[in-house]
Design a protein around this ligand. Structure first.
Ligand SMILES: *Cc1c(COP(=O)(O)O)cnc(C)c1O
Ligand SMILES: [Zn+2]
Length: 407
């Protein structure tokens, strides 16, 4: 097997890792994973997750020209290489560079000043997850690791299986017992090794983590500190596509909490790089049948969080009992004055239909939660003067899109 890895040491702006839990500094290394002091901890939602830090003065000089335009001619996630933790590029499926779709009709119907959809269904495996996979697979190839693995209800595993097929790596997917047939068929088609857990996503997560000791490269986005860096390119792209005019709101569904937290980091970096001066309010949306992250957010405000329960929602991609990147999202919500809310499955179904008929974008149920959440927010406070970007995180529909039963 021959890979072209062009080492570009001069492009390295990543300088270290910091634990989001204890604040400790950890040196950059190929093996870096969770904080050596905190480890996985007793609470699966409060592990010692590490955050990649950069020399932003250096990154700015490499990323932007004197007029503040991005220098790179690339259209994929590696356009932002100076703020990514990779030293060289391997050949991977082209990821990112997804369009912002104007949704004027939906904006009028909901009562939002302006609405754009960040259409992540245009990624190679139809989901935002590919942004993290692109970084993970690039690092796995650079380290000469033939086995890559993850725990997933579907999208992360399918993404990994696609990239692994392309790069001739072996993908191992730990799926929950109730993984949908549609998703299992995708994994089979892409040639992944599927390990079906007896339990839920949490159980599968633990099983996947255990295989790190066998040298399998972990694509578990919340714990592997390098992967959210891929997801943050979604935020960087939104900023650049809007010519550095930051929207008032960015709305996204929330499961493990990596996606929205990463987008928040992207916007904080744009401000740190000096191209923008403010942050969007991050709005995270969860299923009413699995509000684990919402409960943590409210508990953070003083109340005690109820014990996490098994989920009762069809939105599999956000049915997460222990959000593994909770602390990262709480920090980003605080920085952006953001918030979390819940929506019922019926409202997600209505929103799924609205996205298709009102904007021509076919989203999976979990993705439609974002639109349902924005509608709920617009019913609570006037958004007629607000600009919003809604992240359509994935387009793999498990069932025909139908209308929710109004209660
Ligand atoms: C993974 C996923 C999410 C949730 O992202 P987290 O990082 O787990 O919060 C939302 N929507 C879709 C389609 C996903 O695949
Ligand atoms: Zn720590």
């Amino acid at each position: 097997m021959q890979y072209t890895v062009c080492m570009a040491d001069d492009q390295r702006s990543a300088i270290g890792l910091r634990c989001l839990r204890c604040g400790g500094r950890v040196e950059l290394s190929e093996e870096a994973y969770l904080c050596p002091n905190c480890g996985a901890g007793p609470d699966p939602s409060d592990a010692g997750v590490l955050d990649v830090e950069y020399d932003y003065d250096r990154a700015r000089a490499e990323l932007l020209d004197a007029d503040g335009h991005v220098r790179s001619g690339r259209r994929d996630v590696f356009r932002y290489l100076p703020v990514l933790p990779v030293d060289g590029l391997a050949s991977t499926l082209a990821t990112g560079g997804t369009p912002l779709v104007r949704a004027d009709r939906l904006a009028r119907e909901i009562g939002v000043g302006a609405l754009q959809l960040k259409d992540e269904t245009r990624n190679p495996s139809r989901a935002l997850k590919d942004r993290a996979t692109a970084i993970g697979v690039t690092r796995a190839i650079a380290q000469g690791r033939p086995d890559v693995s993850c725990a997933s209800a579907g999208n992360a595993a399918i993404s990994l299986a696609a990239f692994a097929a392309h790069a001739r790596l072996r993908a191992h997917a730990f799926v929950p017992s109730d993984a949908s047939d549609v998703r299992l068929e995708w994994l089979a088609a892409l040639g992944a090794d599927v390990i079906r857990s007896e339990g839920d996503y949490d159980t599968a997560y633990g099983e996947a983590e255990a295989m790190r000791s066998e040298g399998w490269y972990s694509r578990n986005c919340a714990y592997n500190p390098f992967l959210v860096e891929g997801k943050k390119t979604c935020g960087l792209e939104i900023g650049e596509q809007l010519r550095w005019q930051v929207p008032d709101l960015v709305v996204s569904p929330v499961g493990d909490a990596c996606t929205l937290a990463a987008i928040g980091k992207g916007f904080r970096e744009l401000r740190r790089l000096g191209v923008t001066s403010r942050l969007p309010r991050l709005i995270g949306v969860q299923a009413a049948g699995q509000p684990a992250m919402v409960n943590r957010f409210r508990a953070d405000d003083g109340a005690a969080a109820p014990e996490p329960m098994s989920g009762n929602t069809d939105a599999a991609s956000i049915d997460v009992r222990h959000p593994r990147n909770a602390r990262r999202l709480l920090l980003e919500l605080e920085a952006s004055d953001g918030e979390l809310l819940t929506v019922e499955d019926d409202r997600m179904r209505d929103a799924q239909l609205e996205l298709a008929r009102g904007a021509g974008v076919v989203a999976e149920l979990a993705s439609a939660a974002a639109l349902a959440g924005l509608r709920a927010l617009a019913e609570r406070e006037s958004l007629t003067a607000a600009t919003a970007v809604l992240v359509v995180t994935g387009g793999r529909t498990d069932k025909p899109i139908t209308k929710g039963d109004s209660k």
